[in-house]
Write a protein that binds this ligand. Sequence first.
Ligand code: PEP
Ligand code: MG
Length: 838
Amino acid sequence: MHNNNNELILSAPLSGPVLTLAKVPDPVFASGAMGDGIAIDPLNNTLHAPCAGVVVHVARTGHAVTLRADNGAELLLHLGLDTVDLQGSGFSILVEEGARVSNGDALLRFDQDLVARSCKSLVSLLILTNSQDFQVLPITLKSVKVGEPLLHIVPKAVNGARAEEQGLGDEVRGQIRITHRGGLHARPAALIRQTAQLFTSKSQLHFAEKSASCDSLTGLMGLGIGEQDEVQVSSRGADANAALQALLNALSSAVNDDRHAAAPTPIVQRSRVAEAGVLHGVCAAPGLVGGPLFQLAALQLPEDTGGHMAEAQHQVLNTALEQVRSEIRGTLAHARKQNNLEEEQIFAAHLAFLEDPTLLEAAHQSIDQDSAATHAWSQSIEAQCKVLQTLGNPLLAERANDLRDLKQRVLRVLLGQDWHYDVPAGAIAAAHELTPSDLLQLCEQGVAGLCMAEGGATSHVAILARGKGLPCLVALGSSLLEQPQGQVMVLDADGGRLELIPDSERLEQVAHAQREHLQRRARQQLHAHHPALTLDGLRVEVAANVASSSEAADALKGGADGVGLLRTEFLFVDRQTAPDEQEQRQAYQAVLDAMGDKSVIIRTIDVGGDKQLDYLPLPAEANPVLGLRGIRMAQVRPELLDQQLRGLLQVSPLNRCRILLPMVSEVDELLHIRQRLDALCVELGIALRPELGVMIEVPAAALLAEQLAEHADFLSIGTNDLSQYTLAMDRDHAGLAARVDALHPALLRLIAQTCSGAAKHQRWVGVCGALASDPLATPVLIGLGIRELSVSPPQIGEIKERVRQLDAAQCQRLSTSLLDLGSAAAVRHACHQHWPLS
Ligand code: PEP
Ligand code: MG
């Protein structure tokens, strides 16, 4: 048939009070996910045709009818809410599919009493299911009688022209059974949408008595189509046949079924629930605490007091959306390059959500109703989440997590600097993954611990958490995000466990352990300012890893013998422009000043890899951690390094400042910086040369330690990267987090080789990676020849105490034997045997 695309007045199909969709007590209809329309609370018992047209669908259970009007508008007439559950009882259908009806014809009759008693509500709906092509304008919102004018249906202009002028042509339809495992969830829905967008025709998917545009991801998922469900596809437009064929193909091919069988959700589930009521993760910062869970995704926005300039809010929302889209496009391109299909599909779905007409329209509509962009976005996402969660399909319900993830991402951009968490002190904060700046905010608010669904134990957030003494678990899996807000839990970071429902006895036990821990800390603190000597008199420097002068001051108070690693990149991140030479000099000087007469090791900037700066665009990398990072930046941006060296050379006294170079892999890199330092000293009229050290964090450097030590003043082992590069395991990879363990015998061999290489030139070797803060590793490191441990500030007293309990000669004997073991687990086991932790 040909649609005339004329405007149309719909008459009331029922008598009774009229309601807007928003007032309908059903999230699916109220959110507009099924389309725009209106509702009536019926006082009569017969549903009439609101216009002339063809009956295109009659629900098997007799509670709903879909009509296609002559202008192409498709109208779902749905009697009551949840009436599908009545399985036809109380309904008698008066028309057949395919029949032509006139305006006012009776379509179905229902038993008012029976239906009202057995279902949620009699409120009935008139929904325009192809709302993308037509607009619905209510004529009245008062009570109506059957046949009175109710709605005005106006075709939407398409690209400035009416749909009719485009010659949309006949509609073609096809039917197919869904074979996607788990039904039409986000990834297959995204594929359908992508396919539909290859054509100019407009296509829809029809299932049960619902229809959705193939352009709308949430609309498609909102159909609640399960595996093996039979659906109809309709396409209309110049290339309708080709579109229909392509869509049927896309619907019949299973997307990545094998992956799906293993991991039924795109957001990888990797928590092992070995014990009931416990989520297992990986310890990123030690500690044991109890407290109420605070899901960061559930943050409330400040109250919206209205009075906005709608235009500005639309603009702000569009800009924020575009920023997030472009970030996701970047991730997507990266995933494609890496052939990471799973990631690609997740982010393609995220991108599709951010382009979803239903979501965007809902948000922009709320802005028109005087909501702030933040609230409008948040509400439109929450409405869609409700839709997904009420469909009774667990896979679709899980997609609500993806939507909430996007909600947060866009809100962060919208709120910019104003973004802040409001977390009760003593809470255990839970999030998908946190950024370093999130962590600093949370810490200020006094959270007791952190847990993340993703993340790795040597990520920079983990480093910060350790620095703050904040227990932190990572890689807990996405079920973390489903745990109830406010539920009191126990975070046993040392044991890698999040106990979801501890009883009062366990909570008391944890409180007791915390008290003991504090007492132990206080005891350790009593001696923290004394040097750490082993039983046989070997001095081990216990320094601190810090990122700022205030952390340095805390470290000094905590008994640090110096700063073993100042990560200067923290000075460069979270800002719009690079700090200039003066600002850098002041920042480094402040750290020196904070440390009294102790020495400070300042590492030159280590960006690139996963640490990118907005104002320092480095070339896109196929393998960022194997690319231009650390000292290699001198190759592409030598002026930046020179600027930093100038800042460093001007601190005083210069003999307390030692410079450390990250990611060195050959001697020439060190010699080049030595030359630059000489040249800059001459330029600045400085006679003294600061000590220059090399980080040993790639296997090549460990193997060349002897050659490097010839030209370096000291070596400092970065066990975080050394693990990553030796084990070929991404240090931030949640799935590998438990295995990126620097006590691996391969690493111990590299550490031993580094120490013996350095000894040939009488150079000292320190460790500034996370292994230095692990008391189980202390005897091994001392035994292999390490003389400086740079640890997270809260652990200074603890590591010093550990050193004092050890005999260096015995450590040396026993640690050599560990090199012959076969795994990190075996080394840990042996360490527990040889040097039990008190
Ligand atoms: C390391 O790699 O161990 C290290 C100390 O450097 P970062 O963690 O900053 O990469
Ligand atoms: Mg490193």
